[in-house]
Design a protein around this ligand. Structure first.
Ligand SMILES: [Fe+2]
Ligand SMILES: [Fe+2]
Length: 163
């Protein structure tokens, strides 16, 4: 598709985050399994469930724009997830691994936060309030997940990893 208008750009970006969310959903169970800290495991599992809901919301946004949901390959999320996988394969110390996985998970959250921030600004400019609200619900969950991961790192995981 050729991008000519802001709406075209919005749709292209929507496809990017849709692809990203689907890949994140596939990657999360492996991270849940590998997490040593119960708090981290629970946070990742909760976010896995939230991610299912986020994908549903994105499908609603596609519907609002009268297009069928389709992803567009997103190299950025693939790179971040590849790095997470590398940590899971290479780090033997389970406590250091937890710290590494939190780092990767937060890189994912920050990627999502930047994408949703942009999409919301564009939806607002396009006067698409309903789309804006759906995207904002996703953004709130990403921000919450990011804060929770910081709390887990700072309250226990980093200290154990450094011991
Ligand atoms: Fe997400
Ligand atoms: Fe997320």
């Amino acid at each position: 598709m050729t991008v000519k208008t802001l709406e075209d750009l919005f749709v292209e970006s929507l496809k990017d985050i849709y692809y990203a969310e689907k890949h994140i959903l596939k990657a999360l169970p492996g991270m849940v399994k590998k997490a040593g800290s119960k708090k981290l495991r629970d946070a990742l599992e909760t976010h896995r469930q939230e991610t299912e809901g986020q994908i549903d919301r994105l499908e609603q946004v596609f519907k609002l724009f009268d297009i069928s949901p389709r992803g567009k390959k997103c190299e950025a999320i693939e790179g971040i997830l590849a790095e997470a996988k590398e940590h899971m394969e290479d780090i033997e110390d389970p406590e250091v691994l937890d710290a590494g996985m939190i780092g990767s998970a937060q890189a994912v959250e920050h990627y999502e936060i930047t994408r949703y921030g942009t999409l919301i600004a564009w939806a607002k400019r396009l006067g698409r309030d309903e789309a804006m609200q759906l995207l904002d619900a996703n953004l709130k969950q990403e921000k919450h997940a990011d804060r929770l991961l910081s709390d887990i790192a700072e309250s226990s995981v980093n200290e154990k990893a450094a011991a």
